[in-house]
Design a protein around this ligand. Sequence first.
Ligand SMILES: Nc1nc2c(ncn2[C@@H]2O[C@H](COP(=O)(O)OP(=O)(O)OP(=O)(O)O)[C@@H](O)[C@H]2O)c(=O)[nH]1
Ligand SMILES: [Mg+2]
Length: 352
Amino acid sequence: MSFFGKLKDRLFKTSSRLDEGLSEIVGEGEPAPAAPEPAADPVPNLVTPALDSPAPAAPRTGFLGRLFGREEVEVPRRTLDDAMLEEIEDLLVASDMGVETALRVTANLAEGRMGRRLSVPEIKEILAGEVARIMEGVARPMPLYPKRPQVVLVVGVNGSGKTTTIGKLASQFRAAGKTVVIAAGDTFRAAAVEQLQVWGQRAGVPVLTAAQGSDPASLAFDAMERAGRDGADLLLIDTAGRLQNRQDLMEELAKIVRVIRKKDPSAPHNTLLVIDATTGQNALSQVEIFQKIADVSGLVMTKLDGTAKGGVLVALADRFGLPIHAIGVGEQIDDLAPFDPQEFARALTGAA
Ligand SMILES: Nc1nc2c(ncn2[C@@H]2O[C@H](COP(=O)(O)OP(=O)(O)OP(=O)(O)O)[C@@H](O)[C@H]2O)c(=O)[nH]1
Ligand SMILES: [Mg+2]
């Protein structure tokens, strides 16, 4: 299955939330504005088709429909007013877009459309366009540099998907002909090294390790030396999960970065912040604090499969503008997709 197909299928939960919400907002729709009464004109009007005075909710038969004996199916519509805008805004907030971004998106939706009668498919189309516009600026693959080894430091809170993403990235870069080395910089958690070794085997990439409890900064330093000696193109450094409010752990991360820079002032060349898309609004504070400590250069959003919270990507893009290099859409090795803003926008809004 293509990545796009996968994403669309897997983002179903999110789109169904917006879907259902919009259907509720528009409801059964309102009857079309009353058609003008035919003038009391004794002369038959040959231009305007005679009005058959249809019941408001009944399907209307259009001119072409009559010509061909078919009926147009009338979709429910609601006139866009302040109340409806507010309901749409609440729905976007509920899908985790954040208040600021939801306000901006609804303001753009309103522009030139107040008083117009809109259907659910039309609203979805407009929202998809707005979301795509915000996301287009941030959809960028992880940049590759001629520098050898290119050092990629992977950071994030506990369980966000760092180790899995490193396995997936290693596999993709290797398939693209790069020589890759992984450093198991999570020396904190007992099973972390074995987990990374399994990923290394799957990806066919060597994994450099250190004893549990040893200093991750010195492992990173040694790994750079080793990767340099071996002429590796890429060195992917895993790190232990750390909550952004744990000052001691954030200081440890700052030290890892300092030590890496001692070895190569231009490194790390990429600092990827891996964010679990189901986290919701907490993602905003993750970006803010990791960016301060570790100079994050790009994001990988994981667990977009089956989340009802994909809207947080829009909030992140709108607030920080950091590139989104890839998205995780499952637990398997090939479940890492490039970020496609159009596809994402349509999947999120449920646009056809
Ligand atoms: N559904 C889904 N699960 C994912 C995705 N990425 C990672 N996971 C799962 O999330 C869980 C945590 O993944 P890890 O890669 O161990 O996360 P981590 O950030 O390394 O965790 P710590 O090292 O403990 O901080 C695992 O069960 C993964 O299989 C994804 O894109 N989709
Ligand atoms: Mg890990």
